[in-house]
Design a protein around this ligand. Sequence first.
Ligand code: 1CP
Length: 341
Amino acid sequence: MSRFLRTLAGESLSPPPVWLMRQAGRYLPEYRAIRAQAPDFLAFCFDPDLATEVPLQPIRRFGLDAAILFSDILVLPHALGQSVWFEEGVGPRLEPLRSEADLLRLSVDGVSETLDPCCETLRRLRKALPDEVGLIGFAGAPWTVASYMIEGGSSRDFTRAKRWAFAAPESFGRLIDLIVAGTVRYLLDQVAAGAQVLQLFDSWSGVWAEPAFRQWCSAPAAAIAQQVRQRHPDVPLIYFPRAAGGMLPEAAGAADWGALGLDTTVPLAWARSSLPSTLPLQGNLDPQVLVVGGSALEAEVRRIRSAMTGRPFVFNLGHGIDKDTPPENVSQLVELVREQT
Ligand code: 1CP
């Protein structure tokens, strides 16, 4: 079994395995070259020839312990029937859901067929990767995906989505249930196509009070975990509720997670004492210290490694890699993580 999978099965390895969120991306010149060949970002995600090459780039360069499917969390709303597009320099855009009537136009029926190109990418990746490199599939967690579907793109304060949830929890719940159902199908298809580990990105989970966090973030994410585990009990699921802070113990207890992702702000001594000691953890390095590199990076890698000694831990960032990251700093990081201590 690869070191990444052994860690997710509960082993504490020194040195820990390492991969980086958004490790394939614009900071790599070879990514920018291949990106230029696709007419738009969704077409890029749905072209297995291009999308298979991209996750292999950082594996070749840095020898990381895992590769992640190249796609986006917003392929799911597209597969549910919503209009989704990516504007250069702006980011994702969606035809926003405004009322319950808009929900009736969405359906999970087309999910497997529409997202089959992503599964084809996974099939090709598994063949191309050596056994010791893990293959991660992923999806957005329901609240994070719902927020884009209602806001129509990125948001700072999530006013429309939150007001909908508070004013009409039943219809908001129907949207969440639809996303749960679509995500379960998509993740089961990803496992059938070769994904060995699944990650749920809850990028915007840090905006709720406790009851709403439980209702709209951790419980729907746990429902996905439970349904995937019923079919594939051996496939670990990593939940990454970004900026959830004091809600992390609640998230940890909601399901039998393969690991929990920690953003940059989580105090590691607190995480050690507040989260079950057998639960593997992942993350925490500030992407900006990776941009800077040198002795600042060295100090942060030491801090994180020593705080996580003796418990199952996957070295990773606390958020996606920054596009200004010098690739040589990633090489430095991998060397530092693999130093024997
Ligand atoms: O033209 C480009 O290169 C567009 C930039 C880009 C990339 C490289 C987008 C648009 N998506 C992606 C790929 C992507 N997105 C991956 C690929 C695998 C890898 O990690 O290497 C993954 C896992 C995602 C996940 C994703 N997309 C998240 C969750 C993680 C996070 O960053 O919090 C979110 C919120 C999105 C939405 C999205 N897609 C793209 C952008 C710029 C955004 C974020 C917009 C925002 O901040 O609201």
